[in-house]
Design a binder for this molecule. Structure first.
Ligand SMILES: [Zn+2]
Length: 319
């Protein structure tokens, strides 16, 4: 699409002055197609594509549809973060990389879902909104990291957080789930940062991912059924809520559920590290293993029932 066509389409666009954004003709000239943008906007690691585009648009004081239209990118469907994700064709990704002044290879590494296929070359420039299942939705990024990457324009961004990055250790912020539109401060719970560093060491273990999945399933069940660690977790939740008043106002979900992954995090990491390093021989008695796990969880005793997910794992599922 040529500059002339782009300019013509902007001129024909409805006057957006009433919605707080400049009229078409005024903002059209700000983004020459396939010319390096005025502003360099760095992506956050693991950032959702729609989030990066929103921040790029914000640098130019445009809306996301205006940015895509001005870049010659055709949009299909509708959506917003975090309930929906935006996927670009390679041609569109190329345009965005040029506009954001970020090498395409760098942008592709930072945004895990930038394009939906690997075909190279410019091709048609299009973007597709797709609804995301809850477990695949991005979560709010650390606001201070986002400010830093946005030149102070915004502190709001969404990231597809990997399993080993629950907390920003530098700024002590975390968003345990997509229902929280702003992060929680974790200063009052310093054991979360200790757990974060232990988690990074766990990540290097070959059994880390499977041990983490098992441990998370176990602590989630214990938390929901108020077993074994309830007193400790209630105390930790109280400290989190006291430092984050918005936690009690986040929609219809309760703070108990919204903060679950964060509240259980230290024990989930400790349990995962223990499971990853358990003796491989099956001759080790389950009672002895439970003694080791209790010690690592700083519990005097641990006596789960036969239907407890930890017992089931130790007796039946352990490799
Ligand atoms: Zn941060």
């Amino acid at each position: 699409m040529s500059q002339t066509v782009l300019t013509a389409s902007w001129a024909a666009a409805p006057d957006a002055a009433g919605s707080g954004v400049p009229a078409g003709g005024a903002w059209a000239a700000r983004i020459p197609p396939l010319a390096p943008g005025v502003f360099r906007v760095r992506p956050l690691l693991f950032e959702a594509t729609a989030s990066y585009l929103q921040r790029l648009a914000g640098a130019y004081r445009l809306t996301l549809p205006q940015l895509l239209d001005g870049s010659g990118i055709t949009v299909h469907g509708h959506g917003t973060s975090p309930a929906a994700g935006l996927c670009l064709t390679p041609g569109a990704a190329h345009r965005i990389a040029v506009l954001g002044r970020i090498p395409l290879a760098h942008l592709t590494r930072a945004l895990p879902h930038l394009t939906h296929h690997r075909r190279s070359g410019p091709g048609p420039a299009a973007a597709y909104w797709k609804p995301l299942e809850a477990e695949h939705q991005p979560v709010a990024a650390c606001a201070l990291c986002t400010w830093h990457h946005s030149r102070g324009v915004t502190g709001m961004a969404w990231v597809h957080r990997p399993w080993h990055r629950l907390v920003c250790p530098r700024h002590q912020q975390a968003a345990p789930g997509p229902r929280l539109t702003s992060t929680l401060h974790t200063w009052a719970v310093p054991e979360l940062i200790t757990a974060h560093h232990a988690h990074q060491r766990l990540k290097r273990h070959p059994q880390a991912a499977s041990a983490w999945m098992t441990a998370r399933a176990v602590t989630t069940r214990w938390y929901d059924h108020q077993q074994h660690l309830t007193g400790r977790w209630q105390h930790r939740l109280g400290r989190l809520v006291a430092g984050n008043t918005h936690l009690g106002r986040a929609g219809t979900a309760s703070a108990v559920l919204l903060a679950r992954d964060l509240v259980t995090y230290p024990e989930t990491v400790a349990l995962a590290r223990t499971l990853a390093t358990l003796p491989h021989t099956r001759r080790t008695r389950t009672g002895d293993l439970l003694g080791v796990i209790a010690h690592r969880l700083k519990l005097d005793t641990l006596t789960p029932t036969t239907s407890d997910p930890l017992t089931v794992y130790l007796t039946h599922a352990r490799p």
